[in-house]
Design a protein around this ligand. Sequence first.
Ligand SMILES: Nc1ncnc2c1ncn2[C@@H]1O[C@H](COP(=O)(O)OP(=O)(O)O)[C@@H](O)[C@H]1O
Ligand SMILES: CC(=O)OP(=O)(O)O
Ligand SMILES: [Mg+2]
Length: 402
Amino acid sequence: MSRTRVLVLNSGSSSLKYQLLDMRDSRRLAVGLVERIGEQTPRLKHTCVTSGDTREQNGPIADHDAALKAVAEELARDGVGLDSPKLAAIGHRVVHGGLFFTEPTVVDDDVLTEIERLVPVAPLHNPANLTGIRTAMALRPDLPQVAVFDTAFHTTMPESAARYAIDPKLADRFRIRRYGFHGTSHAYVSRETAKLLGRTPEDVNVIVLHLGNGASASAVRGGKCVDTSMGLTPLEGLVMGTRSGDLDPAVIFHLQRVGGMSMDEIDTLLNKGSGLFGLCGDNDMREIRRRIDEGDAQAELAFDIYIHRLKKYIGAYYAVLGWVDAVVFTAGVGENASAVREAAVAGLEGLGLAVDGELNAVRCDRPRLVSPADARVAVAVVPTDEELEIATQTYALVGKNG
Ligand SMILES: Nc1ncnc2c1ncn2[C@@H]1O[C@H](COP(=O)(O)OP(=O)(O)O)[C@@H](O)[C@H]1O
Ligand SMILES: CC(=O)OP(=O)(O)O
Ligand SMILES: [Mg+2]
């Protein structure tokens, strides 16, 4: 029997997204999401794409191990369980791969050790990724488990963009540099944008704005990343759902020395209690827009700070690239929040950037232009598909290795 299926696991800090694909035609067989893992009201939503059946479960799911076991049961109910002989590999999103991993990699003990070593610089993500890999290994020890790293696409950044202005010896000793994240999404979306423009990736310069719960921008020249907004960890850069993004590092000294907070408290504050949530108590852009429509000033200020930061990165990456063919919005906020797209390019006509009100208001899940037909720079919405990209890379690697 030919092994043509790949299961992809994208383990987030409190979620597990998954897709089972048939790689002969990249068709999805099953997709799903486990949310709020370890919290009070976890939920599993599973869809069997071939039958169209969707099931929801609200039972207790304490951790990522339990989440994956629940997913395995759902897949088995649809006759596409993890024991299937058609499964070629399991592909895993791993957020931090440091400088060591520049390609998709078959997981062995050494790879696990290296991912574990990087936990301090991706504390919200790498532990969940590791649990996903270990549980999958226990369920199917005979299958290749492939790690696809968020950092890989950014390893082409020049030293001028990747290094912080600190003593290089100290930086090298502690491997402090800007790694960047969401690379699988930036790679996929920049390639799809070139397709949308009818050009090849080598031929275009693109600014990608990945705006999900975590958010990052990247400058992609001719298909290669030359700068990105996240750094040593996924905390730097844009304002995010619960992360502050850029701030003066002295804020941390001040919170400790004057505010009396411990380093752990400050870490939690900046990673989990800041961003949109810290500013207005909500991290979901839908809720923030609803509150703004009701005249809520706190929500409006949070939105304005979010947009101001985004606009600064568009300007910065415009300067980094010199010329820009497209600015492209992706992920939950970028794909759905037309108000964010409109506000982010408002006033940037001087840079050749504008959105067409009608095109921008269209809701659709295909790549599309939202800029006026005569615009100098295209503004586009391109849905990301990290799972498809991980499946493609996983299958290519496993096929190559026989
Ligand atoms: N219809 C919508 N309108 C505005 N924002 C939305 C909409 N749907 C989702 N979002 C935003 O997208 C976010 C989730 O994005 P997603 O890319 O799925 O994030 P992650 O992968 O980090 O979990 C939500 O927190 C919410 O802010
Ligand atoms: C790296 C990162 O921020 O990922 P996510 O958006 O899934 O939290
Ligand atoms: Mg995401």
